[in-house]
Design a protein around this ligand. Structure first.
Ligand code: AVI
Length: 341
């Protein structure tokens, strides 16, 4: 097994919760009019930008799945190794209910349940995802676990958490899963607010398992976000294709290039779409027309990278006490198990 380090911590003092608002995470979606309004709003900001949640239409989701299989993007495999290697510690014997935010295909959850062994009673599993096809796939992935009862929520994280909070749970510990380093796509204020929202949907003694990618050499990070096959470039450029299709835009994809850069000071990878020449862009469905200069960019995603103690601090600020942290020493990824205090 890949070497991991384990840090165990004593229960922490409760931290005050932050207000429950913030940047929606990538899996969140908006209605078409919300999309048009956001495109208009964010493309007229300086620097021009687009929220990363819009990267995930059908084509974007398929490209993201492909990215996760690339040798240069090790996050998914590192997290899977940690889940399989520490499943018993994570699920424990007292967990009766799980909510997974952004469940995707359900493969990670299925591996976690399998790794914890079959010595358990009924397990209620709430899956929250905006994609109906992802929910159906996750339900299929969990079919092999007869003890599992699935409750699907086709919803954004925030709405799904509200529904989960209102649902009746069996006695026992509830465990929220937020995996895949999706937390890294929030800006720091949005991230803290989101963690506080998760905390408020849990009771004292419930738990959160957070997957977070760690700082590593810049060259490795740049390869992960600008891979030699160009899959990440396609994932990024597809956002313009989506705008062309859904909002009658006229982006010329050949007039733009994918750029990934490591912002050391902010500890984040940024993805941009850089205009290769002076060009006018018109998006009828967003009632917008503007000129981009050569070299000007549209900022489409931030992916924050952490040090293990950063993850501990952000959880403690949001009302959690960290109980264990496992770090994949090869690919530098952390799974942190925290208890609601
Ligand atoms: C979903 N999210 C955690 C991915 C990330 O690493 O920030 C999205 C991604 N962007 C480019 N490659 C993968």
């Amino acid at each position: 097994m890949t070497p991991t380090t384990l840090i165990t911590r004593a229960p922490a003092t409760p931290a005050p919760g932050a207000p429950a608002s913030g940047t929606p995470a990538p899996a969140a979606s908006r209605s078409a009019s919300g999309f048009a309004g956001d495109v208009r709003h964010f493309l007229t900001q300086r620097p021009r930008q687009l929220p990363s949640r819009y990267l995930y239409d059908d084509v974007g989701s398929a490209l993201f799945e492909a990215i996760c299989r690339l040798p240069w993007y090790p996050l998914t495999r590192a997290e899977m190794r940690l889940l399989e290697g520490h499943a018993r510690d994570i699920l424990g014997s007292g967990t009766t209910t799980i909510v997974e935010l952004g469940s995707g295909s359900g493969v990670k959850l299925s591996a976690l349940i399998a790794g914890a062994g079959s010595q358990r009673g009924r397990l209620d599993v709430h899956l929250v995802d905006v994609s109906g096809s992802a929910l159906a796939e996750a339900e299929r992935a969990l079919e092999g676990h007869p003890e599992v009862r699935v409750v699907p929520h086709r919803a954004t994280y925030e709405i799904g958490l509200q529904e989960f909070g209102r649902a009746r749970s069996a006695a026992g510990r509830r465990l929220a899963l937020f995996l895949g380093s999706n937390i890294g796509n929030f800006d720091p204020p949005g991230r803290d607010a989101f963690l506080a929202t998760v905390r408020s949907s849990l009771g004292r003694g419930d738990a959160l398992l957070l997957g977070a990618d760690l700082v590593k050499p810049a060259a490795d990070l740049l390869l992960a976000y600008d891979d030699p096959l160009g899959v990440t470039a396609a994932f990024n450029l597809n956002l313009m294709l989506r705008i062309n299709h859904e909002l009658q835009g006229d982006f010329d994809l050949q007039g733009f290039a994918h750029r990934a850069l490591w912002n050391e000071e902010a500890s984040r990878i940024e993805m941009h779409l850089r205009s290769e020449r002076r060009q006018r862009i018109t998006i009828d469905g967003a009632d917008l027309s503007f000129v981009m200069e050569p070299g000007e960019t549209i900022w489409t995603e931030s992916s924050y990278k952490y040090r293990p103690p950063d993850v501990v601090s952000m959880l403690e600020r949001s009302g959690f006490g960290v109980r264990a942290q496992w770090v994949d020493a090869v690919d530098r990824f952390a799974l942190t198990l925290a208890e609601a205090t």
